[in-house]
Design a protein around this ligand. Structure first.
Ligand SMILES: *Cc1c(COP(=O)(O)O)cnc(C)c1O
Length: 394
C-alpha cells in the first residue's frame, strides 16, 4: 500500500522485514526467510553480525560524529587497512556508492582540467550502473533511468561492455579522453561477467594512453566475488577504485581509493563530505574487514560461489528457457528467455529472498556466511522455481 508521506520513487513494496540474524530475516508476521540478496550485496556478513554490533555499540556511547574539521582515529585506521589490503595509495570516504563514484569522476575531471582539456571525457559502458546522482546517472547505461532528468552533464562516451576494440576505436576519434569507468562484473545490468583478460587489456590500454582506469567495485568489492576486490582476480592495480555496499554491512559508507597520479589530484578544499568517514561508519567498516579476515570469508565466497554455480548448472542444464547461468564468487545470475519478475514473489512463498534485475536475470547475492546446506537450499528452491517457470512457457 502506498504511503502518502513517502515519495513514490520505489514502486510497490509488499514485505515488511522487522528483524535479522545471520542469514535469515523475519517479517512482521514472524515468518522467517533465507536471505539470498543481502540487502543488495550489503550484508555480506549476514544480518546483525556480533562483531559489527559490538563495534557500533562501543562507538555509539563514545563519539558518533565530529566532522572532518578534526582528526578521526577510526577513519585513519580504516584508510590504512584498506590501502594495505587493496594496494592502492589513499582513500576518500563517502556515505554511499554514488558519492564514491562522484569522487572518482571529479578526479578524472581534475586530471583533464590540469591537462588543459575543455571537456575531458570518461568512457563508460552499455548496461552499466553507477548510481542516481546526476553525474553517476549519466554514466549509467540505462536510458529509462535517465528519462526526464535533462540536462545531464557532459563528458561521457559510451561503448559496449567487454569490448576493448570499441574503446580503441573511440580513442582514434577523441583526443580528450581521460579515463575509463567500468564495473569488473556488471551487477544491476544483469550479472554480466566479462572475458577473464578484459581488465588486463583495459589496464594496458589505459597505460598506453595515460588514461585513468577507474573500477566501480561498489557491488563486487568487499569479498563478494571471491577476492577482496574483483581486480585482484586479474592481478592488476587500477588508478581509482570505488566501493560501498558491503563495506559497512548495513551502515552507510563508501570509499574512493586512488593510486599513483590519481592519488595526488585532490588538494585541501577540492572535495569533502560532512558525514563521510565519520567515527561510527568507520568502526563498522573496520569490524567488517576484520571479520572477513578472521572468518576467512573471502575464500569462502570463492568456493561457495563455485559450488552454487555448479549446482545450478547441473539442475538447470538442458532447460531451454535458461539462456545463461553465470557469476563470479557469490554474484550469480540466471538469464531467462523472458521477463521473470514474478519469481521474486514465488521464491518468497518458499521462504527465500531473491531478486530479478535487467528484467530477465534472476540475481543471487547471498551472505558470505551462507552454510553448505543453505547453499543447497538456495540452489534447490531456485532450480525448482525456474523449471516450473520454464514449463509455463511451453
Ligand atoms: C549500488 C551501486 C551503485 C550505487 O550505490 P548507492 O549506494 O546506491 O549510491 C553504484 N555502482 C554499482 C556498481 C552499484 O552496484
Amino acid at each position: 500500500m502506498a504511503i502518502p508521506a513517502l515519495m513514490q520513487n520505489y514502486g510497490e513494496r509488499t514485505l515488511t522485514l522487522v528483524r535479522g540474524e545471520g542469514n535469515y530475516v523475519w517479517d512482521d508476521s514472524g515468518r522467517r526467510y533465507l536471505d539470498a540478496i543481502s540487502g543488495i550485496a550489503v550484508c555480506g556478513l549476514g544480518h546483525c553480525h556480533p562483531a559489527v554490533t559490538a563495534a557500533l555499540q562501543d562507538q555509539a556511547h563514545t563519539l558518533l560524529h565530529v566532522s572532518n574539521l578534526y582528526n578521526i582515529p577510526a577513519q585513519e585506521q580504516l584508510a590504512e587497512k584498506l590501502v594495505a589490503l587493496s594496494g592502492m595509495d589513499n582513500v576518500f570516504f563517502s556515505n554511499s556508492g554514488a558519492e564514491a563514484n562522484e569522487a572518482a569522476i571529479k578526479l578524472a575531471r581534475k586530471l583533464g582540467n590540469a591537462r588543459g582539456l575543455a571537456c575531458p571525457r570518461i568512457v563508460v559502458m552499455e548496461h552499466a550502473f553507477h548510481g542516481r546522482t546526476l553525474a553517476t546517472l549519466t554514466a549509467t547505461g540505462n536510458p529509462a533511468a535517465q528519462q526526464g532528468f535533462a540536462p545531464l552533464p557532459e563528458g561521457f562516451l559510451r561503448v559496449p561492455f567487454n569490448d576493448v576494440a570499441a574503446i580503441e576505436a573511440l580513442a582514434a576519434q577523441h583526443d580528450d579522453i581521460v579515463a575509463v569507468l567500468v564495473e569488473p562484473v556488471q551487477g544491476e545490468g544483469g550479472i554480466r561477467v566479462p572475458d577473464s583478460d578484459y581488465l588486463l587489456r583495459l589496464r594496458h590500454l589505459c597505460n598506453d594512453r595515460h588514461w585513468l582506469l577507474m573500477l566501480d567495485e561498489i557491488q563486487t568489492g568487499n569479498g563478494r566475488t571471491g577476492e577482496l576486490f574483483a581486480y585482484q582476480h586479474a592481478g592488476i592495480l587500477p588508478d581509482v577504485v570505488t566501493t560501498a555496499k558491503g563495506l559497512g554491512n548495513g551502515v552507510p559508507i563508501g570509499a574512493c581509493l586512488a593510486s599513483g597520479v590519481a592519488a595526488q589530484l585532490f588538494g585541501a578544499g577540492s572535495h569533502g563530505s560532512t558525514f563521510g568517514g565519520n567515527p561510527l561508519a568507520c568502526r563498522a567498516a573496520l569490524a567488517v574487514l576484520e571479520t572477513l579476515e578472521n572468518e576467512a570469508l573471502v575464500e569462502r565466497a570463492a568456493s561457495l560461489g563455485a559450488s552454487l554455480l555448479q549446482q545450478l548448472r547441473v539442475q538447470l542444464g538442458g532447460c531451454e528457457a535458461v539462456h545463461d547461468i553465470r557469476g563470479l564468487g557469490l554474484m550469480v545470475g540466471i538469464e531467462l528467455d523472458r521477463p521473470c519478475g514474478e519469481l521474486v514473489q514465488q521464491a518468497r512463498a518458499h521462504d527465500l529472498l531473491i531478486n530479478v534485475t535487467a528484467g530477465n536475470v534472476l540475481r543471487l547475492l547471498p551472505p558470505l556466511t551462507l552454510t553448505d546446506s543453505e547453499c543447497r537450499q538456495v540452489a534447490d528452491t531456485v532450480s525448482t522455481l525456474v523449471l516450473q517457470f520454464a514449463r509455463q512457457a511451453a
